[in-house]
Every structure is written in C-alpha cells, then in structure tokens.
Design a protein around this ligand. Structure first.
Ligand SMILES: Nc1ncnc2c1ncn2[C@@H]1O[C@H](COP(=O)(O)OP(=O)(O)OP(=O)(O)O)[C@@H](O)[C@H]1O
Ligand SMILES: [Mg+2]
Length: 173
C-alpha cells in the first residue's frame, strides 16, 4: 500500500491498495484517529470498496460484527467506542428524504458517521468531513483519495503519511 500527499486547494492524501485487506487496514488507520462527531463521506462506484473501508473504520471503533452496506435500510447503527452511523444513500433520491431521516442530527451528533454514496447529495459537500473517493483500477487495486475539509481531518490525513506531515497551505488553515 502506498500513500502520497497531494495538494489541490485542499489537504489530500492518495493511497493505492491492492487487496480488500489493505483497504480495510486503511479504513482502520483512519478510524483510529477519529473523534466523536467525525463524518466520513464515501464516494465510488458499485463494488469500489466503500463498505470494505467502512468495515475498517468500524473495527477501529471496536465493532467486531458484520459491516455491510445498509442499501435497503439506509442506516445501520452499530455500537462501538462511539456509535457508528453507517449510511448508504444509493436508494435515496431527494434531499427531503435525507431530512426525514434526521440526517442533520446524526451529522451533528456524538457518533462517527460513514456515508456511502454521499456524492449524490450536494448538500453534504459543505459538511466538515473527510471525503474518501475510491476508484477501481483493476480487479484487485483501488486508488483511494482522502480529502480533508477542516483542520481536524487534515490531521487524520497527515497521520497516514510516513512522516506524519502535509505541506502546502489552504486559505483559512
Ligand atoms: N483493493 C480492494 N479494496 C477493496 N475491495 C476490493 C479490493 N480489491 C477487490 N475488492 C473487492 O471489491 C468489492 C468491494 O465491495 P464493497 O461492498 O466494499 O463495495 P461498495 O463500494 O461498498 O459497493 P456498494 O456501492 O454496492 O455498496 C469486494 O468484493 C472486495 O473483495
Ligand atoms: Mg457498500
């Protein structure tokens, strides 16, 4: 697994994994640095590895049971060090449904939120968060871009790097 810092107006790290286990390990490494109220926005096509990444996060929170996409239920609540709110918005089509779900309270709450298919809803893009974009390179490899929206998340990205540093500066940091 390789990890590189890149700077594109935001704090970003790009990683390449070449197995499900490596993606889960990356999720776990991120999960270990999260805090109550953290929000992870996951983007990527069907089968990209969003749930695998979310499972790693859940493991870091001390959750040992199955972690699968809540495609039909939209939300799974799992109990870990903090509550883990695992969303899958694939089957949701409008923002009213997001509001009805009480999404805002979860995002502002004390648990960790991981939201699959977050990019379907532009309203979510303004939420302070770590966005994780997973692109399938081939059967076994994935390119995973982590972009921090806010200083707390910058530190999560930085901790993934060998020297624990991100260079460059963005407005407001
Ligand atoms: N490097 C890799 N990282 C993650 N998953 C991988 C990797 N290589 C192969 N895979 C496979 O890709 C699939 C990823 O499935 P996963 O359920 O995590 O996708 P998803 O993005 O959550 O899809 P969906 O949108 O349907 O929920 C698994 O079958 C996994 O074994
Ligand atoms: Mg999934």
């Amino acid at each position: 697994m390789g990890v590189l810092p890149i700077f594109n107006g935001k704090w970003m790290v790009v990683a390449r994994t070449c197995s499900e286990e490596q993606t889960e390990a990356l999720g776990r490494a991120v999960g270990e640095r999260l805090f109550p109220g953290a929000v992870l926005l996951l983007e990527g096509a069907l089968g990209a590895g969003k749930s695998v990444f979310a499972r790693g996060v859940a493991r870091a929170l001390g959750i040992s049971g199955p972690v699968r996409s809540p495609t039909f239920t939209i939300l799974n609540v799992l109990e870990g060090r903090w509550p883990f709110y695992h969303f899958d918005l694939y089957r949701l089509d409008d923002e009213t449904a997001l509001l009805e779900l009480g999404m805002e309270e979860y995002l502002d709450g004390e648990g960790v939120c991981a939201v699959e298919w977050a990019d379907k809803f532009s309203a979510l893009s303004t939420v302070p968060s770590l966005s994780i974009r997973i692109v399938r390179v081939d059967e076994h490899c994935r390119e995973i871009m982590l972009a921090a929206e806010g200083l707390e998340y910058k530190n999560v990205c930085a901790a993934l790097l060998p020297k624990g540093e991100l260079t460059g500066a963005s407005a407001g940091d």
